[in-house]
Write a protein that binds this ligand. Structure first.
Ligand SMILES: O=C(O)CCC(=O)C(=O)O
Length: 474
């Protein structure tokens, strides 16, 4: 039986949409959309594509050929994903050119005894070639806490100061994807339940989406494993709800950008030779999705090793280490992340208070955005408070002043300031933020300088709000 298609993803002209509209219609409702008209000026769209819409593969071989990349073999399943091999871009292009004439793929991207169908995924192109501005991130997707943080810090800082090797990927989540017609990505939801955007520089993709309220239908009855390829002959006994699932679909053309909201499962097929830019990110609008995932994965990690609890010296520590390995971050990493963004948002609010009058009385759109960010962090810190995990003896300082003295934090504040200026098209506030500015922060006077627990964080945010409303009524 075929899939039940409930509708198409809406396509709109991104140039006719304000940021506020995007927030209201897509971030807050957590709905997917396809945006047109936002890639006209991209260098990638000129340099990487021939006039006939085919990718200029030799450009990649000649200019970026030495890069080592992860390539998925779409014909070979490995656990819940495709088998990955590492090779250079030059080798990848050679193999693509060699097999492109053979047309050995079936409709769903599976190969029948043919050569491997190779799909270059998760190439950290921006990180590797920062000078080559291939594209501009569209305004709607600029508020990207995940990548801003990873540009300045690593996500997982091991509490053991003697352990220098950090084997959890902490690079960034800005990728290029390149694959011949027939390459595909199995059914999945995105890392950390982040948002993603995916822009077709050339080619065409077919997307199938399952909303978060439907996704249990594609899981087994224990909610442990999901379907791998939705076009397979799905075993009804193993996945009893699958036939009831209602799918949304979309064919994404060249120069169109798909917005994938948090927690939406999807499967993607390249209908033509395709190059895309894909980012994953989160911010104040979807931070709660990250916490929900961490909590779920934490319970799973605990359950998995429950039988060694009594013989384990540091059972909680082991659960958190396993969580970091499996999910990419643990409670401590996430908490440290939230502390940094709370401080950065407070620094910006405080800056506006000192330089542009009382922020709560101003007409700036940045102010409500910063307030919303802090409320969203506060809400999650409240939820975290109820999960009892012993505080970690921390290699990372959670002392406000020490965080602020670090040049990485200054960089984080500056990029956030520039971002909100750009998003809300404010008159340049020209945030001239220097380390000395931090030390004058009113909000820190008299308050504890340590933010070790979710409760400390809630109190810190509350004291910021009461200070600001005091200004407002005064
Ligand atoms: O384009 C693909 O093959 C997969 C993209 C994807 O899953 C995403 O952007 O979330």
């Amino acid at each position: 039986m075929g899939l039940k298609i409930g509708g198409q993803i809406e396509k709109i002209d991104g140039r006719e949409l304000t940021y506020t509209d995007f927030v209201k219609n897509y971030f807050e409702k957590n709905e997917p959309v396809v945006l047109k008209g936002l890639m006209d000026d991209w260098r990638a769209c000129k340099d990487w594509v021939f006039d006939n819409g085919k990718p200029n593969l030799l450009l990649f071989k000649n200019n970026f050929g030495k890069s080592q990349v992860q390539v998925a073999d779409c014909s070979c399943r490995e656990f819940t994903d495709q088998k990955r091999v590492e090779m250079s871009v030059s080798e990848f292009v050679d193999q693509w050119l060699k097999i492109s004439s053979k047309e050995s793929c079936s409709g769903s991207g599976q190969v029948n005894n043919g050569p491997a169908v190779l799909y270059l995924k998760d190439w950290h192109f921006v990180k590797e070639y920062p000078e080559y501005t291939a594209y501009e991130t569209p305004q709607f997707f600029l508020d990207d806490w995940l990548n801003f943080y990873l540009d300045n810090y690593s996500m997982h800082r091991d509490p053991d100061p003697h352990k220098e090797i950090n084997d959890i990927c902490c690079s960034d989540y800005r990728f290029a994807y390149m694959g011949a017609k027939g390459t595909w990505t199995p059914f999945h939801a995105d890392v950390f339940r982040s948002y993603s955007w995916s822009a077709n520089v050339c080619g065409k993709k077919y997307w199938l989406f399952l909303s978060p309220s439907q996704c249990h239908l594609a899981f087994d009855r224990h909610m442990k494993s999901s379907v791998y390829d939705v076009f397979d002959d799905i075993d009804q006994k193993k996945f009893p709800g699958f036939e009831k699932a209602i799918w949304l679909e979309c064919t994404q053309e060249q120069n169109e950008i798909v917005f994938v909201p948090s927690g939406w499962y999807h499967q993607v097929h390249n209908l033509e030779d395709t190059i895309s830019i894909n980012h994953n990110w989160f911010n104040g609008f979807n931070l709660s999705w990250v916490w929900d995932l961490l909590l779920r994965d934490y319970h799973e990690a605990r359950e998995y090793i429950e039988d060694i609890k009594d013989i384990c010296d540091d059972f909680e520590g082991l659960c958190q280490r396993n969580l970091a390995v499996n999910t990419g971050m643990n409670f401590y990493d996430f908490f440290i992340f939230m502390v940094h963004f709370s401080l950065a948002n407070v620094v910006l609010l405080d800056y506006l208070a000192r330089n542009c009058g009382n922020p709560l009385d101003s007409s700036s759109l940045t102010v409500p955005h910063l307030v919303l960010n802090l409320k969203s962090i506060r809400e999650i810190a409240l939820r975290m408070k109820s999960v009892v995990v012993p505080p970690r003896s921390c290699a990372v300082s959670l002392d406000i002043f020490q965080i602020m003295e670090d040049s990485a934090f200054l960089a984080l504040c500056k990029v956030l300031a520039r971002t909100y200026d750009a998003i809300h098209k404010e008159q340049k506030q020209s945030y001239d933020i220097r380390v000395n500015d931090f030390l004058g922060l009113d909000c820190l006077k008299g308050s504890s300088s340590e933010l070790h627990t979710p409760e400390n964080l809630v109190n810190f945010i509350d004291s910021t709000f009461s200070r600001l409303s005091g200004l407002s009524s005064g």
